[in-house]
Write a protein of this length. Structure first.
Length: 653
């Protein structure tokens, strides 16, 4: 039964929402959903509820958010003297280039060099070029920093210059010259800045280093560690691509999970090791990542921490926990080294430079103050190696908790399966499934006992509309669709209702270079010069920017229904947020009855479209959020458009 005041009339809606409402009211009048809202909050909305899960997949790091433009810049993890070792590089005008195992390499971490041989009798510009990560954006508003190391393995009388350009088919957009001396037999770094004269629309551009053949014929010159950087997010050196970092930041995430995910390590030998990702770039060997391409580790632990600091968000940092995805578990008596490595990693991030050598290393690299860190995840998806996780968790969690009593550690098996000791306080749950699954599981966390255990939904996404294809390579969505995003949003409503035990959540994966990827769909797609936020990105952003600080219970949605909602409030800001998710092909009429007065002037932001619409490189703005004014009353009607996610903002009076 509903009290009489529910029939109070609300003010008119304005704009297209009004039109939709009028049309829809005829259709939906018969199944109007009544929602009573309670004025007493049941639980707080935890500060980390919405965040981002990151690992280097789909060139999300190298060739993605890490702004370095040159691919294979330091010939890391390649087999010298093979054509494959030259990927992304090519010779210009008859030059001979080869990746050599250098007898005097620039560092032990980078044993390979690029050797250029300029044949006798050469004339014209001769040298080599790099194609970047599937293109290089040339922008006349930017100044690029280019650098490389060179040496002559045998002293020569050569006295000339290298010409460094950004060019397309020989048409130079930016050119700089740098002196090169044949007497230089030790490695020497040279740097130039490049300011293009125009901004070609195409990203089919090359970075080239050439010599005047008539002067340089017969010379052999070795090169190492090239770099080409555009301006970066917050001007940080060795930093992030501005457009991608800005897009991520505009989702207003509260945390960033790093460095994986599966990319913590496919094998023991290629596992992520924090200590080879810090310090000078020439000391970073890189590693074969889990997703089929070399990780330069230019985006190393310090860069991840700067990312969090620059975005003003909290890291959720993983440590490698003795298991690799090829089902290698280290025996218990071999764990000590890796537990110590985890301790050292944590100390690098938060230790005291006066008492800890890794904290002192951090200070020497320019950051004496500890970074923010509260959450540490022990491994990734350890349900795959669940038997060994019993002793790995016991040893890692036991020792790390004692060493860092103020930190909170996250387990990565299925909750309570197997039973772990010490009992995990926090579990990371992952789920990839169909849009229908997420709607059918909108009450997933309601079923969990409230017993001091908290949950991180560290990965989730609707990835196929067909359950049979979820883990196949066919039938995957290429980009999130309105339907998949609305399905996820129904599940997210469940996060808010259960935010007393769900403390953090993140869609995964985060980023995808459309020119080269291993997994689809992803939250944000991009190419060498553009960014394509998906419908799921906008849904995440909508939830993240309309969070509130406390949850107000309301009439429960129907199990397996199509209409979901949650009500939160920020008493300091004096706002009430009502999120509405309609997973139906017809609009849905709703009446909300609030137990307190709100101002009549408010807002509604809506994401809606036909079920299979996606934002993609060809239709980047097919669906974007739209904000309208909305008139509220203590009791008001709202019509949720077909397949939509809405956030209503009302102001307390
Ligand atoms: C909500 O809409 C119904 C159906 O159009 C109408 O009868 C009712 O008066 C409206 N309620 C309010 C509070 O405006
Ligand atoms: C490099 O490869 C070529 C062709 O396969 C071979 O002739 C040469 O000996 C190799 N050089 C080294 C240093 O391995
Ligand atoms: C870049 O270099 C490659 C290899 O030489 C060449 O095939 C390609 O055409 C060049 N692209 C442009 C835009 O100059
Ligand atoms: C580029 O070089 C300038 C001058 O050395 C420096 O101030 C700037 O931080 C550099 N930019 C990047 C992204 O490294
Ligand atoms: C990194 O740490 C491991 C121990 O986890 C150690 O074996 C290795 O030598 C260290 N590497 C460097 C470059 O410090
Ligand atoms: C908490 O509840 C779960 C069921 O949701 C149960 O399996 C687990 O044993 C409980 N843990 C504690 C510490 O009571
Ligand atoms: C929801 O639907 C799914 C799939 O049909 C079914 O397995 C599940 O039991 C339903 N849940 C409820 C609470 O009815
Ligand atoms: C709540 O409002 C306060 C005051 O404006 C603001 O600082 C805070 O960020 C808000 N919290 C959320 C979760 O929006
Ligand atoms: C589908 C796709 O783009 N796959 C590529 C993923 O990246 C590896 C390594 O760069 C390529 O070999 C795949 O073709």
């Amino acid at each position: 039964m509903w009290p009489a005041y529910i029939s109070h009339s609300d003010g008119p809606l304005v704009g297209p929402v009004q039109a939709a409402a009028v049309l829809a009211s005829c259709v939906a009048a018969l199944k109007r959903t009544m929602i009573m809202v309670d004025g007493t909050a049941s639980h707080a909305i935890p500060p980390l509820l919405y965040g981002q899960m990151f690992e280097d997949i789909n060139h999300s790091g190298d060739g993605g958010i890490y702004a370095e433009l040159l691919q294979n810049r330091a010939f890391q993890q390649v087999t010298p003297n093979t054509t494959a070792a030259l990927y992304a590089w090519s010779a210009i005008n008859g030059a001979r280039i080869n990746v050599i195992a250098d007898p005097s390499p620039i560092s032990s971490a980078l044993p390979n060099s690029l050797q250029l041989i300029i044949p006798q009798g050469t004339s014209g510009q001769v040298g080599f070029g790099n194609e970047g990560y599937y293109g290089i954006q040339v922008n006349s508003e930017w100044t690029y920093n280019a650098s490389f190391y060179y040496k002559f393995s045998a002293a020569s009388a050569f006295d000339g210059a290298a010409t460094v350009t950004l060019q397309s088919m020989g048409e130079a957009y930016a050119t700089a010259s740098v002196p090169i001396s044949g007497s230089q037999t030790a490695w020497k770094q040279v740097a130039v800045s490049l300011t293009p004269t125009s901004s070609p629309a195409s990203t089919a551009n090359n970075f080239t280093v050439t010599f005047d053949g008539s002067n340089a014929a017969g010379q052999t010159i070795d090169f190492a560690m090239f770099s080409l950087f555009p301006p970066t997010f917050k001007d940080r050196e060795n930093g992030l691509r501005i457009d991608l970092a800005t897009t991520l930041s505009e989702m207003k995430p509260s945390f960033f999970r790093l460095p994986g995910g599966n990319n913590l390590g496919q094998t023991w030998a290629t596992r992520w090791q924090w200590n080879v990702t810090v310090g000078p770039l020439i000391n970073r060997p890189g590693r074969m990542g889990d997703w089929g391409y070399v990780n330069t580790d230019g985006l190393g632990l310090l860069e991840y921490m700067y990312l969090c600091e620059d975005m003003e968000i909290e890291p959720i940092m993983a440590v490698w926990a003795g298991y690799s995805l090829n089902d290698e578990s280290l025996p218990e008596d071999e764990l000590a080294t890796y537990i110590q490595a985890a301790i050292d990693q944590i100390n690098f991030v938060i230790g005291d430079p006066a008492t800890n050598e890794y904290a002192a290393l951090r200070a020497s690299l320019g950051h004496p103050d500890p970074f923010r860190l509260t959450y540490v995840e022990i491994g990734n998806e350890d349900f795959f190696g669940s038997e060994s996780y019993i002793y790995r968790w016991k040893d890692f969690a036991g020792i790390l908790r004692a060493a860092f009593p103020h930190l909170r550690f996250i387990a990565t098996t299925y909750p309570f399966n197997p039973i772990l000791n010490p009992a995990p306080e926090l579990y990371d749950n992952h789920v990839y499934s169909t849009p229908d699954y997420f709607v059918e599981n909108a009450f997933y966390y309601d079923a969990y006992e409230r017993n001091g255990t908290y949950y991180f939904q560290g990965e989730y996404a609707a990835i196929s509309t067909n359950a049979a294809d979820v883990f196949g390579s066919l039938g995957r969505l290429m980009y999130p669709t309105v339907q998949s995003s609305v399905g996820e949003a129904a599940y997210m409503i469940g996060f808010e209702r259960n935010a007393d035990i769900v403390f953090a959540t993140s869609y995964a994966p985060l980023l995808m270079n459309v020119a080269n990827y291993q997994w689809s769909p992803n939250l944000v797609a991009f190419d060498a010069s553009r960014v394509y936020p998906s419908t799921s990105y906008y849904a995440q952003q909508l939830f993240s920017t309309h969070r509130g600080t406390e949850y107000l219970p309301s009439t429960l949605p129907t199990y397996n229904g199509t209409l979901y909602w949650s009500v939160t409030r920020n008493t300091t800001l004096r706002t009430v947020y009502i999120k509405v998710v309609n997973y139906d092909a017809a609009p849905a009429s709703m009446t909300f009855a609030l137990p307190f007065e709100v101002a009549s002037a408010g807002l509604v932001t809506v994401i809606t479209g036909s079920a299979d619409t996606s934002n993609s490189p060809t239709t980047p703005d097919a669906v974007v959020p739209t904000t309208f004014k909305m008139t509220f009353a203590q009791t008001f009607n709202y019509t949720a458009p077909a397949y939509s996610v809405s956030a209503l903002t009302a102001y307390l009076v």
